[in-house]
Design a protein. Structure first.
Length: 252
């Protein structure tokens, strides 16, 4: 049975119906994260690493790692997102699977996950995903994570409506409206998607209620240690337009 986060990956318009707008709406620069990953890999002795990009999205970061000489396997629970990633990284193996119970084997030099772990809402999902990462990481391998930090995320969940609008390749326009609020340790995001084209007088509208659960440093330390990781380091996130992220590295 798929995890709740895998179900969301198939249902959230941002990950499915409107995946073609993902890169335009999430426009954080690629290089700061890729440089941080590359530095961690080379510090561990991997100049041409076998990397599992868990939650690869549209493959922007995977493509940049490949350009730096690494070998990346793409993994995501969203068929629509990974379809875009396959086109961007045509030679990279790609798997559509549940992050909490990935249908993949192997011993990777590194597992990386940027942002996606915030979508895991339950304790079981979080433990399952990190244990799976550990099983897929060779001894001496590297884990690199980007996650939301709880206290700073609480401050940013201010209840203010935000709007972004992007022009799509087919000539249509997507208007994305969202509002984040805080409830019981989670960010609850009300989302509205309005797709307009010259052919239709009335926009196609869809709505979705999306939740994220940020991480505390204590939880990261505890869960990573329980999964078998050591040398755990945490610092401010890189390449993000908002200051509520942590960059986490660990060794297996």
């Amino acid at each position: 049975m798929p995890s709740p986060s895998a179900d969301v990956a198939a249902e959230r318009p941002f990950y499915d119906r409107h995946a073609d707008a993902y890169d335009a709406l999430i426009s954080d620069p690629v290089e700061p994260w890729v440089e941080a990953v590359d530095e961690s890999l080379r510090a561990a002795g991997f100049s041409a690493a076998q990397v599992l990009d868990a939650g690869c999205g549209t493959g922007r970061h995977a493509a940049a790692l490949i350009a730096r000489g690494h070998h990346v396997t793409l993994l995501d629970a969203s068929e629509a997102l990974i379809s875009i990633a396959r086109k961007r990284c045509p030679d990279a193996p790609a798997v559509v699977t549940d992050l909490c119970e990935p249908a993949i084997t192997g011993a990777f030099d590194a597992v990386i996950a940027r942002g996606v772990l915030n979508d895991l809402l339950t304790d079981d999902e979080r433990a399952d995903a990190l244990n799976a990462f550990a099983r897929l990481t060779r001894a001496g391998g590297v884990l690199v994570l980007d996650v939301r930090e709880a206290a700073m995320s609480h401050q940013r969940a201010d209840g203010i409506w935000r709007t972004a609008e992007v022009d799509l390749q087919d000539g249509s326009t997507l208007r994305f409206v969202s509002r984040p609020t805080w409830k019981d340790g989670r960010i609850v995001v009300e989302e509205r998607y309005e797709l307009a084209s010259d052919h239709d007088e009335t926009p196609e509208v869809s709505e979705f209620l999306f939740e994220m659960r940020p991480w505390t440093r204590d939880e990261l330390q505890r869960r990573l240690s329980s999964a078998g990781y050591g040398c755990i380091e945490m610092r401010d996130g890189v390449g993000r337009r908002s200051p509520d992220r942590l960059l986490v590295t660990a060794r297996h």
